[in-house]
Design a binder for this molecule. Structure first.
Ligand code: DON
Length: 306
């Protein structure tokens, strides 16, 4: 990595570390409440393979909703544009687990990244694959070059025992006919999908395909078309941070996706993927310190898609 990037990341890390960031760890999933709130890591992977990380960037964390980008990728690959008959492409302006707009839009989730949308994506994958859980894991293993990656039973079980809101969301959508399989089967897959764990380094390497027109940088495999990749980036920009997507675009200026484990992935198309992990979340469920670090990185590098 050239010194320009390493200096920018080092300065952004030190600055974000020195700031008092308000926020709480996600405790509605009991297993996530055990994480040390002071964990802080960042890792950038350039498309030429150079990379640089700092802090706890080699420690695994629960990627949670960041996995929704990968499940969308797999479903989009199979279903193509027809996928948008089941899920819209609009920001929701609501919390990630809201039921509010499902009534208004008759069971069509606003986008694939709110829980309702990701649950419909799981339903689509179950319909199109023989064994969605197994084949999704194989897909992520391939994209990430992590052949030993597994779901975390501990985290999945913890959420399965307490995920009443997601149970409500799934059943509510089923009542409108936009869930085709049994809700308990769909939810079981959804909770497993959210339980994947990766390090900042592994996750930034994984997401480089979306900065590279849908193509993996390690073996050149085309995962999705460049048009699909562009559209997923557009959705990350407009919907990746729920009711804070505008704020993220305003402050950071890159497509990205957050998870309640405290991770954020962001991409600069044709250039790099970057992942930051800091578990304390702001009121919108996004990593407070993570957002601050990314804002510093794009401000000082003057890299932004705008
Ligand atoms: O369904 C849930 O609540 C979690 N498994 C995922 C939520 C999440 O990561 C939202 N992201 N900020």
């Amino acid at each position: 990595m050239d010194s320009r990037y390493t200096n920018i990341i080092k300065n952004a890390y030190d600055f974000a570390q020195s700031q008092k960031c308000k926020g709480e760890i996600a405790s509605y999933i009991p297993e996530l409440a055990n994480i040390d709130p002071n964990k802080f890591g960042v890792h950038m992977t350039k498309l030429d393979g150079r990379n640089f990380g700092m802090g706890d960037h080699l420690e695994k964390f629960s990627i949670q909703s960041i996995a929704k980008v990968l499940s969308l990728t797999l479903a989009y690959k199979f279903v193509g544009e027809k996928i948008w008959e089941r899920i819209d492409v609009e920001p929701s302006g609501t919390k990630f687990d809201s039921l509010l707009l499902l009534e208004t839009y008759e069971g069509i989730p606003r986008n694939p990244f709110v829980n309702s949308g990701a649950i419909v994506i799981c339903d689509i994958l179950i319909t199109h694959l023989n064994d969605a859980k197994k084949e999704f894991l194989e897909f992520v293993r391939d994209v990430s070059d992590l052949p030993k990656l597994t779901y975390s039973d501990k985290i999945a079980d913890s959420e399965k025992a307490t995920g009443y809101r997601n149970v409500a969301v799934c059943n509510f959508i089923k009542s409108f006919g936009n869930i085709k399989n049994e809700p308990n089967v769909v939810l079981d897959f959804y909770f497993d999908m959210c339980s994947l764990e990766m390090t900042c380094q592994q996750l930034s390497q994984t997401f480089t395909f979306l900065a590279n027109g849908g193509k993996k940088i390690t073996d050149g495999k085309q995962i999705i078309t460049s048009s699909q990749s562009k559209r997923i980036n557009a959705l990350m920009l407009t919907c990746g941070f729920y009711d804070e997507s505008g704020e993220f675009a305003f402050r950071v200026g890159l497509p990205g996706k957050s998870g309640v484990g405290g991770g954020i992935v962001a991409l600069y198309p044709n250039n790099f993927a970057i992942v930051v992990w800091s578990p304390k979340l702001n009121k919108n469920g996004n990593s407070a310190r993570g957002m601050l670090l990314l804002e510093e990185v794009t401000t000082h590098s003057e890299l932004s898609i705008f």
